[in-house]
Design a binder for this molecule. Structure first.
Ligand SMILES: NC(=O)c1ccc[n+]([C@@H]2O[C@H](COP(=O)([O-])OP(=O)(O)OC[C@H]3O[C@@H](n4cnc5c(N)ncnc54)[C@H](O)[C@@H]3O)[C@@H](O)[C@H]2O)c1
Ligand SMILES: O=C(O)C[C@H](O)C(=O)O
Ligand SMILES: [Mg+2]
Length: 465
């Protein structure tokens, strides 16, 4: 169940706060804080912050309204409040206080700088925001697990990613929502806006179009192009899996892995599992298991069907999950229940990563599995690509990498896993928190080192000389 937090502004006249608290509690709400806004003789106005599950939210409000001696002035949702006016803004680095400042940052002074870049384009890296700016671009076609909700509705996610880029990696990221889902038009548009950016982070673009868009842009642009839902997710899954396997004492070569949802994230996860050494893989989508030797119209599914590590036994998700050591879900909410995961092999590992609601309710899964993770921040073991993109881009921008290659991604996965020491490692702690200060730094260093080794770095940062 998802939890929201509400602020109810209420006027209490002939009722004690204790009675109000008990009504909120009975309806399933938890009081987080109380602020007295005003108080006079026999009445007081208070803001009550309440944490409540999705399904109980309405009940809490209705019960408050039904009480006598209390007037509900208004109810606001704190999540919506934090989105008012959007979540990011653009700021200048230097103030313009007088004409002299103006003539340097703007015309006429700026003209000389333009000419310098015209003569040598590389100067854009030192004289514009290009060196530290990434575009976060979506067409709104696969937003979280919400599906095709369109460009504008994807904006809160893109703004959120921009905030995370800045706070965690000190990367200036700009949200861009494209009003087209046509592959060629997306490619053309991104190429046309690319000059000012040092990197392109593709986000929530559905498969199979995302594969061609990323591949073509990587070939046609000289800045890194990274589809977060593919590679960010695959990197963090491998990091979590390496540590989860240590917890349960299994080897990657011996495990049987079911991946459900063979879209952007699922394809990249399957590929990375194979390169990490998995020998028994069952990719599953709507029509059940994608099997070795099968014929499929999507090129990526066909590619999987040609891999010898992919099993040849057909079946539905509920069938193939039996005896699996690991389940990785990047599909939709609520596809599994406790009975399904109970049939897995001993010490099951379940990463239910659909957002915002996982493939299996945590309360149900936790009773049956040994290691459990979701993409969310309100449960232990958050396996989310936010652990990856700030550090990957910090590293790629610092060494001016022309692209982000497979070895750089694998190095990033190992770096994330290594943040949790063997002493700290346990079922509840297989992956570091996004607030762990070592994550970005370790990922950045691993990315730079590997970029240099693989010849894609165009600058050696001073701390690597
Ligand atoms: N935790 C994370 O960091 C993270 C990262 C990326 C994606 N995700 C989540 O993974 C999910 C997929 O994201 P994506 O970008 O790969 O989207 P996508 O649209 O590219 O792929 C989704 C795939 O799931 C399949 N699918 C949908 N319902 C299914 C079902 N009932 N059974 C089997 N397969 C089903 C679709 O056919 C499609 O192939 C979303 O919920 C997203 O929020 C989580
Ligand atoms: O946005 C997230 O939290 C992770 C991921 O990119 C997703 O699409 O679900
Ligand atoms: Mg995403």
């Amino acid at each position: 169940m998802a939890y929201n937090s509400l602020i109810a502004r209420v006027e209490l006249t002939h009722v004690s706060f204790g009675e109000v608290a008990s009504v909120i509690g009975k309806a399933g709400g938890d009081i987080i804080s109380i602020d007295v806004i005003s108080s006079s003789g026999d009445s007081s106005v208070r803001d009550i912050t309440i944490e409540v599950g999705d399904s109980e939210e309405q009940q809490v409000v209705e019960n408050l309204k039904a009480m006598s001696g209390i007037k509900v002035i208004n109810v606001s949702d704190r999540t919506f409040l934090s989105h008012l006016g959007g979540k990011v803004s653009v700021e200048s680095k230097i103030p313009i206080k007088n004409r002299d400042d103006l003539s340097r940052v703007y015309t006429p002074g700026v003209a000389r700088v333009c000419s310098a870049i015209h003569e040598d384009e590389r100067k854009a890296y030192s004289l514009t925001i290009k060196r530290n700016t990434v575009a976060v671009i979506s067409d709104g076609s696969a937003v979280l697990g919400l599906g095709d909700i369109g460009a504008l509705a994807s904006a809160p996610v893109m703004e959120g990613k921009a905030m995370l880029f800045k706070q965690l990696g000190d990367v200036d990221a700009f949200p861009i929502c494209l009003d087209t889902q046509d592959t060629e038009e997306i490619i053309r548009t991104i190429k046309n806006i690319a000059p000012i950016f040092g990197g392109i982070n593709l986000e929530d673009i559905s498969s199979p179009r995302c594969f061609e868009i990323e591949e073509r842009l990587t070939k046609e642009l000289d800045i890194p192009v990274f589809h977060d839902d593919q590679h960010g997710t695959a990197v963090v899954v491998i990091a979590g899996l390496l540590n989860a396997l240590k917890v349960v004492g299994k080897n990657i070569e011996d495990i049987r892995v079911v991946v459900n949802g063979i879209g952007a994230a699922g394809v990249a996860i399957c590929k990375m599992l194979l390169s990490a050494g998995v020998k028994r893989l069952v990719p599953v989508d709507f029509e059940g298991a994608i099997i070795h030797g099968g014929e499929y119209s999507y090129p990526m599914w066909q590619w999987l069907a040609e891999q010898e590590q992919v099993e040849s036994q057909p079946g539905t998700l509920k069938e193939v999950i039996q005896d699996a050591d690991v389940f990785i879900g990047v599909s939709r909410a609520g596809l599994l229940n406790g009975e399904d995961v109970e049939k897995m092999a001993a010490d099951p590992i379940v990463f239910a990563m659909a957002n915002p609601n996982p493939e299996i309710a945590p309360e149900e899964a936790l009773k049956h599995v040994r290691v459990f993770a979701t993409g969310r921040s309100d449960y232990p073991n958050q396996i989310n690509n936010v652990l990856v993109f700030p550090g990957i881009y910090r590293g790629a921008l610092d060494c001016r990498a022309s692209l982000i290659n497979e070895p750089m991604k694998l190095a990033a996965a190992r770096a994330i896993a290594s943040v949790v020491t063997d002493k700290e490692l346990n079922e509840q702690y297989i992956i570091p928190s996004i607030f762990n200060e070592h994550v970005v730094e370790k990922v950045r260093d691993a990315v730079i080192e590997t970029a240099i080794l693989t010849g894609v770095a165009r600058r050696i940062p001073p701390d690597f000389r």
